[in-house]
Design a binder for this molecule. Structure first.
Ligand code: FES
Ligand code: FE2
Length: 461
């Protein structure tokens, strides 16, 4: 079952002016930004997605990074938070869209909304807490205050402003479109986007294997773990889209620890077969396929009603993407179904990222099963998890040497599984082998296309 809920899109589909003063696009008055500040580069020569070659400049170049913020992040649907984090009006969570600071909150009518977390006066953040509950957002610099609907409701010493000053013009800048998919909240600055569901395309079928086990949906357990890594955000997003290949080598010690003998990874783990979903909009998912695919956390596995899951989701999903796999929703949201791990790779310049990771569980799980899943996720893919540490080490290793002049000019290879993409008759869309770079080639192909396409905000210049 798939369903899309528009969060408060209302009769105008979310594109109209918000009711109480928040601005969907910040008025700029007489200001005009010269084109020289936002010069764009044609990246066609840096990404050969058909030939499986990449230029390392896309991971290191500061100007390309800024172009990425303008043309990849600004127009795309970006993950914001989980609906379970907002139970009452005034609940809020602060995050980022690209490098833009964002407040996500539930307004008085219980609509989930997102605002730029930057005061309209001198630009300070109006909310400095990670999460909480409030009646309004008061800037701690000079005291301008905004309500849950984004309207500017208090200006100290207001008498000093000219008569032309109208608080209605100075509400928080609102993210124009916020939509949810099975508990996951996404937002986009694009004023006329494809719906979230349309932009997910066939990827939604794979996501449902994690998010749609029953009618109750998912909830968050524990807090949000955040850590900083040296490494471009695409290295991790790409890996979660396309890279089962690294598992046997990079995670050899972790797999050995988890093996019954403790001596070597089980043969059936090393020689798994499976499929990789390849999406034209850059999403990707890989998963072993086996009739007995199951959760590795025993308590969780024993609680799962596999007959009911087969009835709801079908055999292909239960035997594939429901369990041990990896996935990325373009550009920077990834998840691991078996762990209940959802995470976002926040870009922090070309050389660094912040990983923000949640554990989600089925709402129908009893407490002891939720706890088993939470601990399993932390032990494997928490910031000090036995798998997570291996991955972070690889990304940092790649990044640390990529600034070398000669190194930076040496092409990277993404040719595994070339020509293997096809419709397999069992999984929707195009799939490739489990060990393949196909979803990676699609990820970078979509990235290149966005980088070469003027975004809506460039049309006005
Ligand atoms: S910067 Fe917010 S009130 Fe001045
Ligand atoms: Fe890994």
């Amino acid at each position: 079952m798939t369903s899309t809920i528009r969060s408060g899109a209302g009769a105008c589909g979310g594109a109209c002016e918000p009711p109480n003063g928040a601005a969907t696009a910040a008025p700029r008055g007489s200001l005009r930004r010269p084109a020289e500040l936002t010069r764009n580069v044609d990246v066609s020569g840096l990404v050969d997605s058909e030939g499986g070659l990449l230029d390392r400049a896309i991971f290191t170049d500061e100007d390309l990074y800024k172009q990425e913020l303008r043309r990849v992040f600004a127009p795309s649907w970006l993950f914001l938070a989980h609906t379970d984090q907002f139970r009452r009006p005034g609940d809020f969570f602060t995050t980022y869209m690209g490098e833009d600071p964002i407040i996500v909150t539930m307004d008085k009518s219980r609509r989930i909304r997102a605002y730029l977390n930057s005061c309209r006066h001198r630009g300070a953040r109006v909310c400095r807490a990670d999460f909480g509950a409030t009646r309004n957002f008061t800037c701690t610099y000079h005291g301008w205050a905004y309500d849950l609907e984004g309207a500017l409701v208090s200006v100290p010493n207001k008498d000093g402003y000219p008569e032309s000053f109208d608080a209605k013009d100075w509400g928080l800048v609102e993210v124009p479109h916020v939509e949810t998919y099975h508990g996951l909240i996404f937002g986009t600055w694009n004023p006329a986007p494809l719906s979230l569901r349309e932009s997910l395309g066939d990827m939604a079928w794979y996501m449902d294997a994690m998010l749609d086990h029953d009618d109750e949906g998912t909830v968050v357990v524990g807090g949000v773990h955040k850590w900083v890594l040296e490494g471009n955000w695409k290295l991790s997003a790409e890996q979660f889209a396309t890279d089962w290949y690294h598992v046997n080598m990079s995670h050899a010690s972790a797999l050995t620890v988890l093996s019954p003998s403790g001596k070597a990874p089980r043969d059936e783990i090393v020689h798994r077969t499976g499929r990789q979903y390849v999406d034209p909009r850059g999403h990707g998912a890989g998963f072993p396929v086996h009739p007995k695919n199951r959760f590795d956390a025993r308590t969780v596995h024993e609680w799962m009603d596999y007959d009911a899951l087969r009835e709801r989701l079908g055999d292909a999903r239960v035997e594939g993407p429901l369990t041990t796999g990896h996935a990325t929703v373009f550009p920077n949201f990834s998840y691991l179904p078996v762990n209940g791990s959802i995470r976002i790779w926040h870009p922090k310049g070309p050389d660094a990222m912040e990983v923000w990771a949640w554990t989600i569980v089925d709402k129908s799980m009893p407490d002891e099963v939720r706890e088993a899943q939470r601990l399993y996720n932390l032990r494997t893919f928490g910031p000090s998890g036995i798998f997570e540490q291996d991955d972070g080490e690889n990304w940092s290793e790649v990044q640390a040497i990529s600034r070398g002049f000669i190194t930076n000019g040496v092409a990277l290879n993404y040719q595994m599984g070339m020509g293997s993409e096809r419709e397999d008759g069992r999984h929707p869309g195009t799939t490739s082998e489990l060990y393949s770079d196909a979803a990676g080639r699609a990820f970078y192909g979509h990235w290149r296309d966005l980088m070469n396409t003027p975004a809506w905000h460039e049309e006005k210049r």
